[in-house]
Design a protein around this ligand. Structure first.
Ligand SMILES: *Cc1c(COP(=O)(O)O)cnc(C)c1O
Length: 397
């Protein structure tokens, strides 16, 4: 009997949905005015970038928002706004993306990488230990792939050691922990609107904070020149007077065109999160039932955004993992593996950032990442697509 041809998935894992018509129309209007620079406003007028900042601050339930050119720039500016100086130490979970060590390197700081546990969260024991031994006063916490650790426990450790936390929310825009938006637990939070994140403006970043002084510094550092009064986020002149001559201009302003793209996608974010989670649960339910697969259970109070799906292959060696990924690839499923020795596409492991000095050995992190597989879930996939992806990934095991 001839073998039945295997079903092959044919959609792209990197295809975004189109930009909403309202955003395209607003962008056209802005282009027609020629006024793309955010500080090119008349007396009393608010730029598109300022309007975005107001609306995002409201969405985030944080008083201040500063829009910048990328998530990576948001992090650099956040570190400078906190007053981090060369050789300051920053604790950071080792499971993250390359712009995070890049931002720490850019300000001359020394990252102290902390282990992760089997749920991809920062390892609390290692955090406590490294906070004690390094005496670092900062923690850069990446909510990597949207997995939010126990924020109560982390906040407690930070308080005990007088550590200021920076949250990297590139994968948690719109996510919550015990009802509180991710990003509202530390001193300052950074978001990305780069194409592959939860809002797509090509490139872009947002910073939020509850501290007016940090916010004013971020405005100046982002490149407001002495036009900071037109920014709109902070109205009190005396706050700027405290910081304006002490903060460098590191030019990374967001322009009005990209601000319009972000602003006009924000109203659909809640609905998109629902759509992501619907797709995520189809894939995760199927995979959680497979032998050799671990899908860590997520805490009930974590309201995540399932824009990507991770699972761990248990008891497989390197060859078996690579063969599995190859079989899935042959059937159109693009799985990324965090165990690879060589960095590939967006995926790199902490020990590949060789420009950093004193890279530690982190056996726990390596062990978890060795088993970690990852797929994107673009919203251009419908529920049937997700069913098919799950079936292929399960049947190839
Ligand atoms: C995407 C991302 C960033 C920021 O990336 P940009 O491309 O600079 O916007 C930061 N941290 C993580 C974990 C990311 O995935």
């Amino acid at each position: 009997m001839p073998e039945r041809p295997m079903k092959k998935f044919s959609k792209s894992f990197t295809q975004q949905e189109p930009i909403p018509q309202t955003a395209i129309e607003r962008v056209s209007e802005i282009l027609a005015t020629g006024k793309l620079h955010r500080y090119n406003v008349a007396e009393g007028e608010l730029s598109e970038a300022s309007l975005l900042e107001q609306e995002y601050a409201e969405f985030q339930k944080a008083p201040f928002c500063i829009a910048v050119t990328s998530g990576g720039q948001a992090m650099q500016i956040a570190l400078r706004a906190l007053g981090i100086k060369p050789d300051d130490k920053i604790l950071a979970n080792a499971y993250t993306l390359a712009p995070v060590p890049g931002a720490m390197f850019a300000v001359g700081a020394e990252p102290i990488f902390v282990e992760i546990d089997k749920n991809w969260h920062i390892d609390l024991d290692d955090l406590e230990e490294k906070a004690t031994t390094s005496k670092a006063k900062y923690l850069m916490l990446s909510h990597m792939r949207g997995h939010i650790a126990d924020m109560d426990a982390i906040s407690k450790i930070c308080k005990k050691h007088e550590i200021s936390m920076i949250e990297d929310c590139a994968h948690t825009m719109g996510a919550k922990w015990q009802g509180e938006p991710s990003g509202n637990f530390g001193k300052i939070a950074c978001f990305s609107t780069q194409t592959y994140k939860h809002i797509n403006s090509g490139e872009g970043g947002l910073i939020t904070t509850f501290d007016p002084i940090i916010a004013a510094r971020a405005v100046i550092i982002s490149g407001s020149y002495m036009l900071y009064e037109k920014h709109g986020a902070i109205t009190k002149e005396d706050i700027f007077n405290q910081v304006k001559l002490q903060s460098p201009n590191c030019s990374a302003r967001l322009d009005n065109v990209r601000a319009a793209l972000i602003r006009h996608q924000l109203p659909s974010l809640e609905e998109n999160i629902r759509r992501w989670n619907e797709r995520y649960s189809i894939i995760s339910a199927k995979m959680a039932n497979q032998k050799n697969v671990l899908v860590p259970e997520r805490k009930q109070y974590e309201e995540y955004v399932g824009s990507s799906f991770q699972f761990q292959l248990e008891g497989l060696n390197e060859n078996q993992i690579l063969e599995y990924i190859g079989r899935c690839a042959a059937r159109g499923i693009e799985i990324k593996w965090f165990g690879a020795e060589e960095p590939k596409a967006f995926t790199s492991r902490y020990d590949s950032w060789k420009y950093l000095e004193n890279l530690p050995d982190l056996p726990k992190t390596k062990q978890t990442l060795f088993k970690t597989c990852d797929i994107r879930i673009p919203l251009t996939f419908d529920k049937n697509d997700c069913q098919m992806i799950a079936e292929i990934m399960a049947s190839e095991l």
